[in-house]
Design a protein around this ligand. Structure first.
Ligand SMILES: NC(=O)C1=CN([C@@H]2O[C@H](COP(=O)(O)OP(=O)(O)OC[C@H]3O[C@@H](n4cnc5c(N)ncnc54)[C@H](O)[C@@H]3O)[C@@H](O)[C@H]2O)[C@@H](O)CC1
Ligand SMILES: Nc1ncnc2c1ncn2[C@@H]1O[C@H](COP(=O)(O)OP(=O)(O)OP(=O)(O)O)[C@@H](O)[C@H]1O
Ligand SMILES: [Mg+2]
Length: 383
């Protein structure tokens, strides 16, 4: 049996408030315990040495970067397929993105969520992008509600923005996570509406994964995510450069990549950042983890969209695991975003490597998506 101090530490690492006690610990079922132990070992392990000793250990781990055991985390957070469960319990995800230019990106993120195992996947996009996205798949629920400046007269902007917000608000509390940005475009009126959607999501405590043009928006308006522990930023090389310049007022420093991404997350008030690249770096401002397993040498567009859709699903699953682990305590889910990023990066790289083995130079994002299910099954079999 674990001591109360160790249990407290475990739950702190998982983002659970410190109101946890040894008594709570004893209420948990053996299966829940195994899952907690599993998660803790994935995040650096534990030993029965008390909370203070553990924190010392965390500080020393926090030096360079340690490779995360993504497969262990995937096994720990992926829910079982259980006949007693109802539609929605495995995740309801919404992607805010899709405009005249880009219809592929929101589709990739939304279909990825379903292929991994979410139950429902929505896309909120511009009115003209919607029929195109619907035509890609009948599985995705598409809401044609956003408007770009060219389609709205100045005097109508206020009422149009109000309608957009009311339409998204009808659904907001049903979502386990939002993905803001894939294929969103940069139209000022549209981005203004999306800022309001993000503020409402934040008020409702819905996690937000910010990617693509969502990062353009956030870089210019950091208050949208600053200090929100349920925000995840997934910048690529350019998006990261813009964030570093804006927030840290310097250039990207690859000599101390872990230190710089850590500072960036701290300066944005403890959001989680997944810096994409040859090695993915993931931090919540406390620790930095890397994922370096081999993926694919193909750099076709859309792989970042797979990643953001996956982060959304895995973050909501990780939150569920944390809350199931101790239904008697209130939850402050910061670390589930770290778990979600580690799981997503691991799965994408595995699927990319399988797709590349098969398709070589002709590997496309749609091929990688087709390998997501098999990759997850290899790591975490259904039975
Ligand atoms: N099929 C689609 O609809 C897709 C749409 N996408 C969307 O397109 C919009 C813009 O995203 P981008 O990622 O293109 O914007 P970025 O501003 O990140 O990239 C712009 C340019 O940077 C260049 N670049 C890429 N990697 C680089 C590197 N390592 N060093 C130097 N330059 C590099 C690219 O050639 C690209 O032309 C977003 O909304 C995004 O979601 C992308 O997700 C790709 C797929
Ligand atoms: N040089 C690289 N070597 C190996 N893997 C990489 C490399 N660069 C990116 N990746 C992987 O590809 C994934 C997508 O990253 P990428 O930088 O292509 O995102 P993106 O530019 O946002 O993609 P998108 O085209 O969807 O917008 C990342 O999770 C990362 O693991
Ligand atoms: Mg991208």
């Amino acid at each position: 049996m674990l001591s109360g101090a160790v249990c407290s530490f475990m739950l702190m690492k998982l983002g659970v408030n410190s109101g946890f006690s040894a008594r709570n610990c004893m209420w948990a079922s053996p299966a829940v315990f195994r899952r907690q132990e599993f998660l803790i070992s994935c995040l650096g392990g534990y030993s029965d040495q008390g909370y203070q000793g553990k924190m010392q250990q965390v500080k020393s781990i926090g030096q360079p970067t340690s490779e995360a055991d993504g497969e262990k985390i995937l096994r720990a957070i992926t829910p079982t397929l259980d006949p007693s469960k109802h539609k929605g319990q495995a995740g309801k995800i919404a992607v805010i993105g899709g405009c005249r230019e880009y219809t592929g990106a929101p589709y990739f993120a939304a279909i990825t969520a379903l292929k991994i195992g979410a139950d429902l996947s929505h896309v909120f996009c511009t009115t003209d992008a919607a029929p195109v996205i619907k035509s890609y798949s009948p599985e995705i629920i598409v809401h044609p509600i956003l408007e770009e400046s060219y389609s709205v007269r100045d005097e109508e902007k206020r009422s149009t923005a109000g309608k957009v917000l009311a339409e998204v608000d009808k659904w907001m509390e049903r979502f386990d996570c939002l993905v803001v940005g894939p294929g969103l475009g940069r139209d000022p009126f549209l981005l203004d509406c999306v800022s309001k959607i993000m503020k409402h999501a934040r008020q409702s405590n819905v996690p937000i994964v910010v990617d693509g043009d969502g990062l353009f928006l956030v870089t210019n308006c950091l208050d949208l995510v600053s200090g929100y522990p349920l925000a995840v930023l997934t910048p690529n090389v350019n998006e990261y450069k813009r964030l570093v310049q804006k927030v840290l007022s310097c250039e990207v420093n690859d000599e101390d990549a872990p230190g710089q991404v850590l500072s960036l997350a701290q300066r944005i008030g403890g959001v989680t950042i997944l810096r994409k690249g040859k090695h993915d770096l993931i931090t919540d401002g406390e620790t930095v983890r890397s994922i370096s397993i081999y993926g694919s040498p193909r750099r076709c567009g859309g792989q970042g969209d797979i990643l953001s859709g996956s982060v959304a699903v895995f973050t909501s699953w990780a939150r569920q695991v944390v809350s199931d682990s101790d239904s008697h305590t209130s939850i402050s889910p910061r670390n589930p975003t770290m778990l979600g990023c580690i799981a997503a990066s691991t799965l994408l790289r595995k699927a990319a490597s399988l797709a590349f083995r098969d398709k070589k130079r002709s590997t496309l994002t749609t091929d990688i998506i087709e390998y997501l299910g098999r990759s997850l099954e290899d790591i975490c079999p259904v039975s």
